[in-house]
Design a protein around this ligand. Sequence first.
Ligand code: NAP
Length: 287
Amino acid sequence: MDGRKSVIGLLGKHIENSLSPFIHQHFIRYYSLNYCYHSFQINEDRLKKALLGAKALGIQGLNITIPFKEKAMEYMDLIDPSAKMIGAINTMARRDKKIYGYNTDWKGFIIPLVRERKIVLSQRKAVILGAGGAARAVIFALEKEGCTVISMINRNQQHALETKKNFEMHFSNCAIKIFSYNQKDIQRELNEADLLINTTPLGSWYVPNQSPLPKEIEFPSQVIVYDLIYYPDKTPLLKQAEIKGNQVINGREMLVYQAAESFYLWTGIQPEQEIIIHILKEMDKKR
Ligand code: NAP
């Protein structure tokens, strides 16, 4: 490592299986940049020191992941308006000795639907499982695309209510309804929906072999099932939906597109489709 190398990296608590280093190392090599990407695994009590330390050390940028996306906002000098509306950041970028907070998850989420699959979301209805940071990025993206009804199903109703209130302040053309995990309610909402999105960690490597929905749930044929989880690539929810013949999308494309947006914020280079497709193919080999 030479003295002119720029340092970027990942800050999180459960990052052992994160694919972010893999993605960014591909971008760095593809564009022959003098950058290195490090993983920084910390506990909650180190967050403030880690971010202020990163600022003092001149670290160029960080991806910020679970469970720090909300708390990290407190230590930024400035926050991008979209991230402020979402209430979470997943990217820190250094500019003129200041650290800025951004959210690139919402773009990462929407590109695989709208740009890659040409799905029109205007006047559509979505069902979202979960009400956390990822759910807020998803709601922001869906509302921007003109979705008119979002049914949010969450374990903690208070958490769901806070998320709903946050968005009602900003968008008035989309109704957000809240439900608990009641099979009847879920089935009714799903019957009228175009999109089902899982933003809970159920089925991921750290809550393995679980589906957020009971196996009795029917998936109406028009519903596209999008699971934000990227490891494993086929969660129990996606397997349930695929058996019924529904179109499914996992979280891998979202992960690569949100990473591409972060990379752009750090380097000014918007990764081309060629390297994005190459990374997605390489990820498939890692199943
Ligand atoms: P978060 O802020 O902690 O929110 C997690 C949500 O899941 C909450 O609504 C929580 O419900 C719910 N939940 C957690 N455990 C549950 C359980 N056992 N049963 C039912 N509900 C449960 O996390 P996040 O940042 O939103 O991330 C959520 C997931 O999205 C993670 O798996 C993450 O890897 C994935 N993600 C993927 C990408 C990508 O690029 N593909 C990007 C961002 C996030 P309560 O409110 O009841 O606690």
